[in-house]
Design a binder for this molecule. Structure first.
Ligand code: FES
Length: 154
């Protein structure tokens, strides 16, 4: 998803300069930029008086925070047992080939991020993927490719 440009200082100033603001600041920065850069983290720590190591410990604990830039579109393919048995590894391989990245990576143009997950809790619909937070039940490679092509033309 394309985020509107938001000034980091505006985000920081919206929150009181105290340690309790940490999570809220990280959430807002994640929402605005899709990741938390080292520069943003330093500004946050200076503002609330929390050591960088502590802020990074919090950011790495919660899966919803990313410390690496993420793509405009996030694709997650489930590799849990049910999905694995229904051909999910082939889907991942095809995406790797088409996008030129491995799971955990983002394309250089910051358009796509690819990830794998262990179970999305929808095993009856295997294989399952999630594209931009939308579940894709009974995922097939052609279906995902059509979706990617649609994103490119948008
Ligand atoms: S194993 Fe894929 S949704 Fe459960």
């Amino acid at each position: 998803m394309i985020k509107e440009h938001v000034d980091i200082d505006d985000i920081i100033e919206r929150h009181p300069g105290k340690p309790e603001s940490l999570i809220f600041l990280l959430q807002d920065i994640q929402a605005a930029y899709n990741y938390i850069s080292p520069e943003a983290m330093t500004l946050v720590c200076d503002h609330i008086g929390v050591p960088l190591t502590q802020a990074y410990a919090v950011a790495t604990f919660y899966q919803s925070f990313s410390l690496e830039p993420k793509g405009e579109h996030e694709i997650r393919v489930c590799l849990g047992t049910a999905c694995h048995l229904k051909g999910a590894p082939r889907i991942v391989s095809e995406l790797e080939r088409r996008l030129g990245i491995k799971p955990g990576e983002t394309t250089k143009d910051l358009k796509y991020s690819l990830d794998t997950v262990n179970c999305l809790g929808a095993c009856a619909l295997a294989p399952v993927s999630v594209v931009d937070n939308e579940y894709q039940p009974n995922t097939t490679t052609p279906k995902l490719v059509r979706l990617l092509d649609k994103m490119v033309s948008e």
